[in-house]
Design a protein around this ligand. Structure first.
Ligand SMILES: Nc1nc2c(ncn2[C@@H]2O[C@H](COP(=O)(O)OP(=O)(O)OP(=O)(O)O)[C@@H](O)[C@H]2O)c(=O)[nH]1
Ligand SMILES: [Mg+2]
Length: 267
């Protein structure tokens, strides 16, 4: 039907190219996960199964979309970072957002039972997605620091809130009132003096969220021809639970901010 009288409708599709030479961040977020976590009996304040499933989905997305250099996740959200030089899908916003979120959601369903075992998936989970341009390295780092600070603030609040309810026997309203107007140091104090919990000793996966980097890993395979053991270094997407606020993380991973020489064309 090329050049048919109907073809003019194509012109209603507007271009949505993202600015060139900027970092692209795709953030996906679970829709209505407050309800989803209740329906599926998520543990409080953190459900390890949910975090590990979210991390698995992010790893699968990174295995598929090679342009993504790093991902950061906490709670029901994940941010995927694409470098300034990338030409992924000709930098079309809707194509990038929809592909990442669709891959993430299908992996969430596909791998659910590996993490939740006998706890069945009761209804189809849904995630939204957006892609935002960040013009320089400092702003990209500030973006990631913002998400990690959000993780810290929420986790400290949730840990204290659920200690008051589950260990202290308060109602949820009483716990909320008790925490109203408190600072971080007050919450640390409540946890330490009343529940013998040193917040800094809580697993980093909860306090810092999950960062997926492409880690140099030695992979051994047996050659089908010679039967020889061949060991190669590959870049495998791997979860780490580091402090990405501050310089140390970036000093340890200089490749994350390096300009890539070649332009990847996946259009
Ligand atoms: N119990 C528990 N709840 C969790 C966990 N992770 C995420 N959640 C829930 O998921 C919610 C995520 O926050 P939001 O994204 O702001 O809430 P939402 O209901 O998904 O709302 P929208 O994103 O606007 O659709 C949290 O408020 C928790 O209720 C977990 O490990 N344990
Ligand atoms: Mg959500």
């Amino acid at each position: 039907m090329a050049n048919s009288k109907y073809e003019y409708v194509r012109h209603f599709e507007l271009a949505d190219s993202l600015l060139p030479s900027t970092w692209l961040v795709v953030r996906i977020d679970g829709r209505g996960f407050h309800r989803f976590s209740q329906s599926h009996n998520f543990q409080k304040p953190n459900d390890r199964r949910s975090i590990e499933l979210m991390n698995r989905c992010a790893i699968e997305v990174m295995k598929d979309i090679k342009d993504i250099i790093l991902a950061y996740g906490e709670s029901d959200e994940y941010s995927f970072i694409i470098p300034k030089t990338s030409n992924l899908y000709s930098r079309r916003a809707s194509k990038i957002s929809s592909t990442v979120v669709s891959l993430f959601a299908s992996n969430f369903v596909m791998h659910w039972s590996e993490y939740f075992r006998e706890d069945q998936l009761l209804y189809a989970p849904c995630f939204d997605s957006r892609t935002v341009c960040y013009p320089n390295d400092k702003i990209l780092r500030d973006y990631l620091s913002w998400r990690q600070a959000d993780c810290h603030i929420n986790n400290l609040f949730n840990t204290t809130f659920w200690a008051l309810v589950l260990k202290g026997g308060m109602t949820e309203i009483e716990a909320e009132n008790k925490l109203k107007g408190t600072l971080s140091k007050d919450k640390n104090e409540i946890l330490f003096t009343q529940y013998d919990i040193n917040y800094n000793n809580i697993d980093a996966i909860y306090r810092k969220g999950s960062t997926i980097i492409r880690k140099k890993t030695e992979v051994s395979t047996i050659s089908p021809r010679s039967g020889e053991l061949i060991t190669r270094t590959k870049l495998i997407p791997t979860a780490v639970y580091d402090d990405i606020i501050g310089q140390e993380f970036w000093d340890a991973h200089p490749e994350l901010l390096e300009e890539k020489k070649k332009n990847n064309n996946h259009a």
